[in-house]
Design a protein around this ligand. Sequence first.
Ligand code: ADP
Ligand code: GLC
Length: 493
Amino acid sequence: MKVLFVCAELYPYVKTGGLADVMAGLPAELKALGCDVRLLMPGFPALMKAARTSKLLAPLQSASLPWGPAPQWPQADLVHVKFSGKEPSAYLIKSAVMYNRPGNPYLNASGKDWEDNGVRFAALGWAAACLGQGLDPDWVPDIIHGHDWHAGLAPAYVRAFAVAGHVVPATVFTLHNLAFQGLFDGKLFPALGLPADQFKVQGLEFFGQVSFMKAALNYADHLTTVSPHYAFEILQAAQGCGLDGVLRERSGHLSGILNGVDYQVWSPATDAFLSKPYDVEQMEGKAVAKKKLQLDFGLAPRAKSMVIGVVSRLSEQKGLHLLPDVVQAMVQRGGQLALLGQGDAALEQALVDAALKYPGQVAVRIGYDEATAHRVLAGADVIAVPSAFEPCGLTQLYGLRYGTLPLVRRVGGLADTVVDCSLENLDDGLATGFVFDELSPAGFVGALRRAFALYRRPSQWRAVQRRGMSLRFDWHTASQHYQAIYQSLRPGA
Ligand code: ADP
Ligand code: GLC
């Protein structure tokens, strides 16, 4: 079974969030099940640099298409590369004009979307469809599996070839975040080289605009998202981001498959970013990590203060706008906050102000840093993820593995993975963290109070930690679900 993953991020080379971790973890496990996975990605500088060997395949341009004029891309070539790590080999679209830009894959230096993102990511979908048509005669995918809106046009191009009578691969599309939809001015449509009749309500048109996400939702053979709870939530208006109607129509072809964790990267026993590794039987390393975190972040060196960690994009999604109103309650109870994040400028400022107000008790580091992320996850007692919505969420899963109890809101994948420390859950040995419902400071503080109460009961805290650390959310289970979907779509392959 040949599977082409179409995506825009890959840990450790290009990462803005959990998508990169998933693109690194899932293919390796699918490979272990016997799937032959290759990646297709834009030729971002970090990927071109990481490539060890590179073979030129073909230019991206094509002659006319059965349904009309072919799209005209800026100068671009498809190359096949191998990396030095465990990643599968990748097809990269090498294009100085489209991708040779520093920094974030989607945003310019002022934090705004690149103006030509429509063309940059349409080219990705087009390249996927061309590989499905034999652009690399040595490797023709049975399945094209796209991830997030960046790959959204792949199923649209594949459908166009199918309607024109070509043999095509089956298409699977995973939505990691419905809030990012790839919406562009309707004037972009003629340049995309798609059949005119796809610009309709049942196609990729969304209130006069081109929607890459909607294209995928309507044209992929099967849809998945990254947790069962989110799969249910997006069928309703509150979390459907205007696409719940489309999703309801396709709900017979929608699965919620919980993400896994790459435990080679995220395990306290082998974590190279920690000075003293630890595991469930040998927890001294966690105390060392806490001490070091307090020192690094300028927090008072108090072993008995409960440290609440945050590692996050600072966006509306993450519910961290509640934090400035919650820090007082944390500090009054003797807690400390260690936050690593970046994003929304107003939120960054509000958090920096909170740190100035409570020196030694609230520490905020604005930025993006892999090593610090690991150190916060290991050194904190609690990891807070109070999201407004959360398709899956990985940091709470990392927290569980590191004995850092997650404090989360009951949404999406957070609801699927954390069990509240209610008395009955504690009694039954099921509890792994703290869960609240209401997206408000009061809701957040309610869960915090439970965390402080448990923290004062060390043996119970230890039992909850032990349970969390023993759980496994591995990619093996998830990849079996994906493989079953591939097999149902291409039984013979
Ligand atoms: P999302 O993808 O919505 O941002 P996830 O929880 O799925 O949320 O994944 C977040 C990933 O990004 C995790 O690997 C986390 O450690 C990492 N991360 C988030 N913010 C930062 C940061 N400021 N510095 C380093 N890593 C970060
Ligand atoms: C998105 C979601 C996050 C999920 C990640 C990986 O970024 O916001 O919840 O864990 O994708 O699937």
